[in-house]
Design a binder for this molecule. Sequence first.
Ligand code: HGY
Ligand code: MN
Ligand code: MN
Length: 449
Amino acid sequence: MTDGFDIGTRAKARCDVLGLPPCSEIDGQLTRRFLTPAHAAALSVLEGWMTEAGMSVRRDAAANLIGRYEGEAPGAKALIIGSHIDSVRNGGRYDGPLGIMLGIDLVEALHRAGRRLPFAVEVVAFGDEEGSRFPASMSCSRAIAGTLDASALEMRDADGVSVAQALAAFGGDPVGIAGAARSPKDVLAFLEAHIEQGPVLEAEGLALGVVTAIAAQKRIMVKIIGTAGHAGTTPMGLRKDPGPAAAECVLALERICRAGTGGLVGTVGRITALPGAFNVIPGAVEFSMDIRAETSATRDAAVDAICVEIHAIAAARDLTAEIRMAQALAESPCDPGLTDLLEQALADLGLPARRLPSGAGHDAMVMAALCPTAMLFIRCEGGISHNPAEAVTEADCALAARAMLGFVEKLSLSLSSRPQRSEEPGPQQSPAHPAVPDRPFGTSGMTGA
Ligand code: HGY
Ligand code: MN
Ligand code: MN
């Protein structure tokens, strides 16, 4: 430890700083949505911390903030460490930002020690992982992974503002957003440290865990359409009220998911009756569905069963149902070789390496289309997340930072001493799908080393 710098110990406090205005849209809670003034304020603070840590800092066309710490040779391939800076509404302070702060601390430790690695290290603050402003999510990591569909720029928020409009106003470049895509030749791997957002580590008395895979998920919007009417004069038997129908649909989703296996879960997080007045029978009711499972097959079987029931419920009430897919993310296995290195780094700290899947989505599942990925989980109090009660300890954050540093050292050793030049072909990624390279990291078969 030198002049108070003790890797990882300040990460929690830094997340707390970003939990307050102007880095939150609302005083008294943390809400920081993509491309809002609170997002801009948080990036300004992060930019200062990244610079202090010895990084050069830039913003890409998608409003990602990217700090870079060069390797032994300028222009070397990069290990990207990062997570998201946006939050859900009234969320917790550590879901996302903690992974960024730990990356900054890791680079500062290297910088203070005058260390250069055979590869560069980049720390990225992705702006839109939660999808708390626009219907779909992960647009920033998709931009970097080169998998962002142009139609995503036309998505509109509740005020009718499109992603493209908001991005341009923010200083991004919607027209040139394809330029944010990174080449597999320039990127070695992606490491994301994130709170577990679940109860397992705490229940087993463990500070850290190693993620095996991230669950598949689908986001679907449903609209049940009836006939608006007067709440006082319309007899119950003459109504075409989508409200009770929506309630039946929510119960059907719960029943199907409760009966499911393979990590199947389903959530209706938003229900809106339109026009939304005390004395008006709604003309329509819209609700969101978030359905996840360990595999896309399990996820899709549940989605199909639920959609069949939704149409049947609507038909039985002489209503219509419109079902729109907002987002589909396939399950994303972490790279076996990188995961082994992470597990070894925990073992070096005397920590058991608990491997566990992630039910929560992460930018890592998108980055897997670009490069091999690894995730480190950090215990959070009560497993609570997406809730202002979300909490971590400084001690666990410090352990996580040391585990990440150990991982980086092992990655350096596994690549031997040859500096990573970006002109060499990187591990062959399957372009279309989250990749698990055919030759796991940390083995002699690693290409591009
Ligand atoms: O929804 C999720 O799983 C993540 O927190 N965005
Ligand atoms: Mn989240
Ligand atoms: Mn998150």
